[in-house]
Ligand binder design. Structure first.
Ligand SMILES: [Zn+2]
Length: 122
């Protein structure tokens, strides 16, 4: 069997499995995104969509995870989708470079952009 036939056979089998196990796959996926690895993958994908550039994105994720207080105002951070203490990764919108892990309040005020000296800003 050539590689092409093998591939077609494999794809047909995969389609069949998918059709038969729709609900099961859905549940499995849901569970996956709750695992530590799944959360990391989804967070990194979000950062990349936003244009964040960092040489070792996994390392950046660990720094993000380890950070417990806002790098700017030192309020205790919470993980989640809502609230003023929500953990955010601030980045430079021009270069994509991450600037710090900060709270939602500081992120909305764009604290790192405004604290840059005027000469550096040009
Ligand atoms: Zn803050």
């Amino acid at each position: 069997m050539g590689i092409r036939e093998y591939k077609e056979k494999y794809l047909a089998k995969a389609r069949e499995y998918k059709a038969k196990n729709k609900e099961h796959i859905k549940e499995k996926n849901k569970e996956y995104w709750k695992t530590e690895k799944g959360q990391m993958i989804s967070k990194i994908a979000t950062w990349e969509r936003r244009g964040i550039i960092y040489p070792n994105i996994k390392e950046l994720y660990y720094i993000y995870k380890m950070t417990t207080h806002c790098n700017y105002c030192w309020v205790e951070l919470v993980e989640g989708l809502y609230g003023f203490n929500k953990k955010c990764l601030d980045h430079d919108h021009n270069t994509g470079e991450p600037r710090g892990v900060i709270c939602q309040t500081c992120n909305l005020r764009d604290v790192f952009a405004t604290c840059v000296a005027p000469s550096e800003n040009e």
